[in-house]
Every structure is written in structure tokens, then in C-alpha cells.
Design a protein around this ligand. Structure first.
Ligand SMILES: Nc1ncnc2c1ncn2[C@@H]1O[C@H](COP(=O)(O)OP(=O)(O)OP(=O)(O)O)[C@@H](O)[C@H]1O
Length: 337
């Protein structure tokens, strides 16, 4: 089916004895900004390189718009590699024009696109400088311009936000949101989960080379345990300890307590108990942040295990939220946030 989506289907990849990907499967829909998150060594860069065709998968497929990727369709991908890839001794403007022409633009169109993106990314005054003369943040803006200059149909960006100042983060965020809104499936990896939480339509959490949770930020957060925050400054320590179904998980020195509730616990009884101690300034259910959810999901992955037997080539449904307790295999470096 032609749907303008980027589909990653059942990718597996080994480097010698290291299994980097095991049945990596997800989809980035047309018009979607997709956050690809995971611990160091979880397999994000390997996946992106396979999408680009820089690496070959041992098994699995990548499709764009329902069709297997060809050399031509790969030319329509805008890619920002993690290690950055511009020639340090070449001028920024020449390089952008050259890259745009490599992707099929005429010299005139390449020049116009170079100037337009340089303006947008606030590096127009550096077009005549060698890449190596730019600060790291400006080199990164130039790298983003290189990914965008040929008006790509798909965007694949490996840690585009790392090392950027807050203004550059805003510029990068605006551009990515805008390209996604224009219909371009846009996927980026990042360890900045607050940013991912704020920006992305959907997020995939990868662990040990496998997608272990996927969904909108709200869906992922809803899969975690909520806590009840009660700010009762006059309440004595242990005020909630005798309430049935309630476990205090944290209390700060100003009387703010976080409570975990067993299913079916009456929160109004807790409110009455809190009010009996004095004023209550805050009484709110809090969902975990994406970062908290990420830690839960990744640390709940079991230790090294054999991959489950399954029929190759069949698309695997990934739970919108983590299926708690689902056994997954683990790879070498995973397990730390
Ligand atoms: N060229 C290589 N040779 C051998 N092993 C490799 C190679 N490239 C990656 N790996 C291994 O494959 C696994 C996945 O690495 P990958 O770079 O894809 O992870 P990542 O999620 O991008 O990590 P990070 O967040 O640290 O960038 C890791 O165990 C890594 O050590």
C-alpha cells in the first residue's frame, strides 16, 4: 500500500559476535515526527545506517511508500549522521550546493536551496567559510542544511540535538516539526528525553536491538504507574502509612509526599486524611515523565536470553505500550540510560 510511510520491518544485524539488531520493526508515518530512543549501544545508529543503505542488514526490509528502497529512493532521504560528515576543508556553501546537485538538483536550484536553508538556519554569513572554521553548533546547523537542501521525502537524523545551545535547539525543533507537518516522515534519535517528549508525535523505545515500546508520549506515559502528589505542609511524617492501599514513596522536607496507590484505592479517603492534618496545597495524580517511563521500560528488560523462535518475514505487532514482563533478548552494551 502506498502511504508515504517509512517502514522498518524485521531488521537483524550482527557485527561478529555482537548482535546489534534483532527483528527491529517500526513505522514512521507520513507527516509524523518520530523519536527513536534507547540506551547507548541499543541499535539506533545501526538501524539508521541500514535505512540509508550504508550498512546491509542480515535480515529484514526497509520500505518507503510501500516499496522496497532503491538507489533512487535512497537519494530522496535526508540523513544527518551521528559522526557528522561534511568535508572540513571545503566551504560550507560550495559543499551544500554540491550535495544538493548530487541528489539531483540543477546548479541553479542547488544554489537557491543552499541560500534558503542557510538563512533559515542562521548560517548565511558563514557560507564562504571552511566547515572546520565553524563552531561545533554551527557545523551542526550546516549538517542539518545538508540533510535538507535537496528537499528530501524522508528525514533520518542521528542525534541532531546533541551539543546544541537552546536557541539552536529551538531552530532545529521548528524545522523538524515543519518538515513533518509538510508530510515528510521524520525520525531522529536522541538521549534528550524532555525534548523528545515535547516534540514528537510518537516515540519508539529500543532496547538490545529490539523495539520494546512504541506509541504517542501520552500512550507511553499512561502505561506507567501514576503517583498521587499530596502537599500537606503540616502533615507529620508517616501520616499516610496507615491508610489502606497506600504506599508513601517519597517525602520532601516541606511536607510534599508522593503516594503509590493499589488498584481501587479511594483517593478521597486520602484527601480527607490529608485535610485532617491541616491545609492541603496540592492534591494531584501525576503520570511518569517519558524519562521515568524509559527507565522503567529499559530496566525491566530481562538479562541476556535467546531470541524467541518466530516465523521470519511475518510482521510483528509491537505493543503500543510495553507489555509488562514480556521477555526480550538483550545485547551487549544495553541497560544504562
Ligand atoms: N562497526 C561495528 N563493529 C562492531 N560492533 C559495532 C559496530 N557498530 C556498532 N556496533 C555494536 O552494535 C551495537 C549497536 O550499536 P549502535 O551504534 O547501533 O547503538 P546506538 O543505539 O546508536 O548507541 P548510541 O546511543 O551510543 O549512539 C553496540 O553493541 C555496538 O557496540
Amino acid at each position: 500500500m502506498r502511504d508515504g510511510a517509512l517502514q522498518i520491518d524485521g531488521l537483524s544485524k550482527r557485527y561478529g559476535h555482537v548482535t546489534a539488531l534483532r527483528d527491529m520493526t517500526f513505522e514512521v508515518r507520513a507527516g509524523e515526527l518520530f523519536g527513536f530512543v534507547g540506551s547507548n549501544g541499543a541499535g539506533k545508529t545501526t538501524t539508521m545506517r541500514i535505512v540509508l543503505g550504508v550498512l546491509t542488514a542480515d535480515a529484514g526490509h526497509v520500505r518507503y511508500d510501500g516499496q522496497p528502497l532503491t538507489i533512487d529512493t535512497r537519494r530522496r532521504i535526508g540523513y544527518m549522521p551521528e559522526e557528522r560528515g561534511l568535508y572540513p576543508k571545503m566551504r560550507v556553501g560550495e559543499q551544500l550546493e554540491y550535495l544538493a546537485q548530487l541528489h539531483g538538483l540543477t546548479a541553479r536550484a542547488a544554489r537557491a536551496a543552499t541560500h534558503a536553508w542557510a538563512e533559515r538556519l542562521a548560517i548565511a554569513h558563514r557560507l564562504g567559510d571552511d566547515v572546520q572554521a565553524l563552531s561545533l553548533g554551527n557545523q551542526q546547523r550546516a549538517q542539518l542544511a545538508a540533510a535538507l537542501v535537496h528537499d528530501p521525502a524522508v528525514l533520518v537524523l542521528d542525534e541532531p540535538f546533541s551539543g546544541l545551545d537552546p536557541i539552536a535547539v529551538d531552530v532545529m525543533s521548528d524545522v523538524l516539526r515543519e518538515r513533518a507537518a509538510a508530510g515528510v516522515p521524520t525520525v531522529f534519535s536522541s538521549h534528550q528525553l524532555d525534548l523528545v517528549e515535547r516534540l514528537c508525535d510518537r516515540v519508539g523505545i529500543v532496547s538490545a536491538g529490539t523495539m520494546v515500546a512504541i506509541g504517542s508520549v501520552d500512550e507511553l506515559r499512561a502505561g506507567g504507574e501514576s503517583v498521587l502528589v499530596v502537599d500537606a505542609p503540616d502533615a507529620p511524617t508517616g501520616w499516610a502509612d496507615t491508610l489502606p492501599g497506600v504506599q508513601a514513596t517519597r517525602r520532601d522536607d516541606r511536607g510534599r509526599t508522593e503516594l503509590r496507590l493499589a488498584t481501587g484505592t479511594d483517593d478521597q479517603a486520602i484527601l480527607r486524611a490529608a485535610l485532617a492534618t491541616g491545609p492541603v496545597r496540592e492534591f494531584a495524580h501525576r503520570r511518569p515523565t517519558l524519562a521515568q517511563r524509559f527507565r522503567e521500560v529499559v530496566t525491566h528488560q530481562p538479562p541476556e536470553a535467546e531470541p524467541p523462535a518466530r516465523t521470519r518475514g511475518r510482521r510483528r505487532a509491537i505493543p503500543t505500550q510495553l507489555a509488562r514482563g514480556t521477555r526480550r533478548p538483550a545485547a551487549a552494551e544495553d541497560g544504562h540510560a
